[in-house]
Design a protein around this ligand. Structure first.
Ligand code: FDA
Length: 325
């Protein structure tokens, strides 16, 4: 029951200020977010890739309020690409982006102009176009150093826009990936479309608080949906990326990959930095491609709270460390 409460708190500015200012927070945050700057995170990338793991890098941030912040997000990713270029890791170090950070939820000046004119009403409102304009140079820069970008999935209201941006980017950069969430009713259909058109797709259970009208609420329903969707992806023409720490789903993936005659380089496992790290190494040692989703940056609150919500034991650990100081 704690999970939904923590997810609600992740949207509260008051709790954000309280948690972010607490002096004991940082060591707990470090477990999931190993740095605030590129300089701090480059040695982490070197350590992980030195251990035979691949990475997908996330500059944390979401819910921005101005176009200037969206451009700053774009620039922070461009700075990251610049540093990755020097590491010469190619596709072993890719990037994950949240379109909300690129302006997706802002009213865009372009859209406002179109609405004022006699022209056709745009299909998407808000910052859809702004997010597309900001993410494109990042995807382009990534392609220039032999790597790619995956569009994270946020709450269900943002997904039509995310999929449209994904499709648009794939026209020039077909390796661009996207994320789908097994807790949403819509996802089986999305998976069929993406599997047919050969996309790179990360399948996760889903980390947001979603209403019962659009999403399964019970763990066993979400897990069953995950397996159904995994089958679709494994049997399809795309590149499945299995984003889960769940041991049962990991062994089901191996069985489905065998049945679909997929070789180890025709799908990959992905897990979050700081969670089941022994399993990262075990799967890599077994010859699987294992990518560690590594988040860094100063605006870590939303990301951190979702990690607490996934496992309330993390919250007890966090609370204990506050009391023991
Ligand atoms: P489950 O929650 O059942 O966990 C299985 C086991 O893993 C637990 O029993 C525990 O041992 C361990 N575990 C899981 N989470 C933990 C935590 N926070 N702390 C400690 N142990 C933990 N979601 C989303 O909505 N949009 C997205 O774009 C992404 N992107 C993404 C990328 C990658 C690479 C991963 C792995 C996950 C995401 N997610 C995500 C998050 C995802 O939706 C989901 O919330 C978490 O992965 C937890 O679900 P599991 O599949 O791990 O199963």
């Amino acid at each position: 029951m704690l999970g939904p409460v923590i997810l609600a708190a992740s949207r509260s500015d008051r709790i954000r200020r309280l948690v972010s200012a607490a002096p004991v927070t940082r060591p707990v945050v470090d477990r999931f977010i190993p740095g605030e700057t590129v300089d701090e995170v480059v040695p982490v990338i070197e350590r992980l890739t030195g251990q035979g793991l691949d990475v997908t890098m996330d500059v944390v941030g979401e819910d921005i309020t101005t176009p200037r912040q969206a451009m700053a997000a774009r620039d922070s990713y461009l700075e990251l690409v610049d540093r990755l270029k020097g590491l010469e890791l190619g596709a072993r170090a890719e990037m994950s982006v949240k379109l909300s950070m690129f302006g997706q939820s802002l009213p865009s000046p372009t859209t406002a102009l179109k609405e004022g004119s006699s022209g056709p009403v745009p299909e998407f409102r808000g910052g859809h176009e702004l997010a597309l304009a900001n993410v494109r140079p990042v995807v382009q820069a990534a392609a220039a150093i032999g790597t790619t970008v995956t569009l994270d999935a946020e709450d269900h209201t943002t997904l039509d826009s995310m999929f449209a941006i994904h499709e648009e980017l794939r026209k020039d950069f077909p390796q661009t990936g996207c994320v789908i969430q097994s807790y949403l009713f819509r996802t089986e259909e999305d998976a069929r479309r993406l599997a047919a058109n050969g996309s790179r797709v990360r399948l996760v259970k889903g980390a947001y608080k979603e209403p019962a009208e659009v999403a399964y609420q019970r763990k066993h329903e979400i897990d069953k949906a995950y397996v159904r969707i995994l089958k679709i992806l494994m049997e399809g023409a795309g590149y499945p990326m299995i984003g889960s720490h769940d041991p049962r789903l990991i062994s089901i993936t191996q069985e489905l990959a065998r049945r679909a005659r997929r070789k180890p380089d025709e799908y990959e496992f992905q897990m979050l930095y700081g969670i089941r790290c022994d399993e990262h190494l075990r799967l890599a040692a077994d010859g699987h491609r294992m990518r560690v989703y590594t988040a860094y940056g100063t605006d870590w609150y939303g990301y951190f709270m979702r990690r607490l919500a996934e496992k309330p034991a993390n919250l007890r650990f966090f609370a204990r460390s506050m009391v023991s100081k």
